[in-house]
Write a protein that binds this ligand. Structure first.
Ligand code: SF4
Length: 337
């Protein structure tokens, strides 16, 4: 399996009246064919900006992909694509689904026609062929009575069915990558589980690689092989799902995991929210970006950015606690300022 996607030193800024917000600061990762990766972090951590960059949705001001960034898809730098190459790439090679399908679906168009549209544009099908394929796609995403549902409008679908329809649209042209940005956040827990199960199932059937963007580590365990944890525009920890869940090494990941509800715990106090706010990315701190919220913060954390420490071939974390001379966690006086 070759590398399908290589993101190298991605840096993205937004130009605002207050100054240049450095939303993504040197993010690099790779995705293999058919692999699933989750990018996790609180809102504003840069995960959505990263996915929009891969989708080619940051091409005009106020957003700017900085010089030196590279996004290679099948070895080709998408940041150098022509207009025609972008059209082919979006939809046919990479597709995206969003949190709220109601804002992405066209309320005035029948669901079947919305799926058929991309098949006509990208796969050159005629109207009849495209509609038949749309019905097949609705069946694939487990919409009952697919043929009659294809003739209905989005408002006639429930929230979960609308998200299934979005997945059908996104996968209609058999893209190599599906980017799912908080795909289950607007849904209730039972439907969330069904959508994640459906994505897993489709990944197996179609071999589509998935980039799952989420603030919720709880939905990651089931679907992602690799996990990237982002904070303040940077990757602070990455590893296989098992490594991240059973042996997390960054205090921010520890906090995210404590914020995940567990079925085996009845105590409300077990669920901990992360205190404080992320740093201002117009003037990012010179040391560790998590320092102001980290209870293990040491003097050096405020002065120097932590180096990347390799825990295993697949697992790494950026935290001074992994320096050979650092004190053990239980020896550090708790300091939150
Ligand atoms: Fe906390 Fe320091 Fe590690 Fe940053 S480098 S996460 S402040 S211990």
């Amino acid at each position: 399996m070759g590398k399908l996607l290589e993101v190298k030193n991605l840096r993205v800024s937004y130009h605002t009246y207050a100054g240049e917000v450095q939303s993504v600061r040197g993010v690099s990762f790779e995705l293999d064919r058919g692999e699933s990766i989750a990018i996790v972090g609180e809102s504003g951590c840069g995960k959505t900006v990263t996915s929009k960059s891969i989708m080619g949705l940051i091409q005009t001001p106020p957003g700017e992909i900085k010089e030196g960034s590279q996004i290679l898809f099948d070895g080709r730098d998408i940041l150098k694509f022509s207009k025609k190459e972008w059209q082919q790439y979006r939809g046919a090679e990479v597709s995206m689904i969003f949190q709220d399908p109601m804002t992405s679906l066209n309320p005035t168009m029948k669901i079947g026609n919305q799926i058929a549209e991309s098949l006509i544009i990208h796969r050159g099908m005629n109207k009849k062929q495209a509609f038949e394929e749309a019905v097949r796609m609705l069946e694939l995403v487990n919409i009952p009575n697919a043929r009659s549902r294809a003739n209905q409008y989005p408002h006639q679908f429930s929230g979960g069915m609308r998200q299934r329809a979005m997945i059908a649209i996104a996968l209609a042209c058999n893209p190599k990558i599906l980017i799912a940005d908080e795909p289950t956040t607007a849904l209730d827990v039972t439907i969330q589980a069904q959508i994640i199960e459906l994505m897993k199932d489709l990944q197996k059937k179609l071999g589509t690689a998935i980039i799952l963007i989420t603030h919720d580590l709880g939905v990651v365990a089931d679907i992602a092989q690799k996990v990237i944890v982002m904070y303040a525009g940077q990757i602070v920890e990455r590893g296989n799902a098992d490594e991240l869940f059973y042996s997390p090494r960054h205090p921010y990941t520890w906090s995210l995991l404590k914020a995940v509800p567990r079925l085996d715990s009845e105590k409300k106090e077990d669920l901990v929210s992360i205190q404080g706010t992320p740093p201002d990315l117009i003037a990012p701190p010179k040391g560790c970006p998590f320092a102001s919220r980290c209870k293990y913060c040491m003097q050096i954390c405020k002065e120097q950015a932590p180096p990347v420490t390799k825990i295993s071939d697949t697992h790494e974390a950026s935290c001074w606690l992994h320096h050979p001379l650092a004190p053990r966690v239980d020896e550090i006086a708790v300091e939150t300022g």
